[in-house]
Design a protein around this ligand. Structure first.
Ligand SMILES: *Cc1c(COP(=O)(O)O)cnc(C)c1O
Length: 242
């Protein structure tokens, strides 16, 4: 078990600033503007009071991977205090709750889920919900995410929705000890995003690229990431593997 470190607001502020500095350096290395990159602080498994401190320390976007766990935290802290991102797999029976609490869902990967979310938005009077399509570029059977072949049908389904806004793509490459091996996955996601952008597939803007975690976000930024999902580098090691 990793030791449980008590992170106060000041410690979190320092961690957040360090990550932001690295984001800025990564962006500058490839001539990008750091402002195009959103830092999502991945707070899964951490207790509500730690999220509260992270928000006080300046975190604006928080990422959670389980609807049930997120619901308690978001209700306790308040929907308005941060922008809430669902980054984990969404089961059909949790979709209604997800529609009520999240600002952006990064893990949409089937047409059935698109149709369900659209219907639930109407039922819950949710004007709009921001969506990223999760693409599985590794073809690992255990992984969630749509394959490249499934992508056109998903984009099509989303284009017919009144409430769902396709904002971009997300990927979670296989874990490599040598982070450099993730680079081709980031490059491929960017190519897919560029192709969709050329067809004006995205609701607004240029199409987000949600890619990069604690061990590889600087590389992801070099490859074009506009959203990085960083947990461990901000909050420290998680007690349980998730
Ligand atoms: C947990 C998680 C992260 C953050 O991982 P760290 O290595 O702690 O930065 C990012 N994305 C997804 C989808 C995750 O589940």
């Amino acid at each position: 078990m990793p030791e449980t470190v008590t992170l106060d607001t000041e410690a979190l502020r320092m961690r957040l600033n360090e990550v932001r500095q690295r984001i800025e350096m990564g962006a500058r290395r490839v001539g990008r503007a750091p402002e195009e990159i959103t830092l999502i602080a991945v707070s899964k498994t951490h207790p509500t009071h730690v999220l509260d401190r992270a928000i006080m320390a300046g975190a604006r976007d928080l990422g959670e991977n389980r609807v049930q766990e997120a619901q308690g935290k978001i209700e306790a802290l308040g929907r308005e205090r941060a922008r809430w991102h669902l980054i984990g797999h969404l089961q059909a029976n949790k979709a209604r709750r997800a529609v009520k609490i999240f600002d952006m869902v990064h893990s949409v990967d089937t047409v059935a889920l698109v149709e369900r979310l659209e219907r639930l938005c109407a039922e819950e009077e949710r004007e709009e919900l921001q969506i990223l399509i999760q693409v599985d570029l590794a073809g690992e059977v255990t992984k969630t995410g749509a394959t490249e072949d499934e992508l056109p049908a998903l984009v099509d389904a989303l284009s017919r929705c009144e409430h769902l806004r396709l904002m971009g793509l997300m990927t979670l490459p296989p874990f490599f000890e040598d982070a450099d091996r993730a680079r081709p996955y980031f490059q491929r996601l960017r190519e897919l995003r560029d192709a969709l952008r050329a067809r004006a597939a995205f609701s607004t803007g240029d199409g987000e690229l949600s890619m990069g975690m604690s061990h590889d976000y600087e590389m992801a930024i070099e490859e074009g990431a506009t959203m990085v999902r960083v947990g461990t580098a901000i909050f420290g090691a998680r007690a349980a593997a998730v």
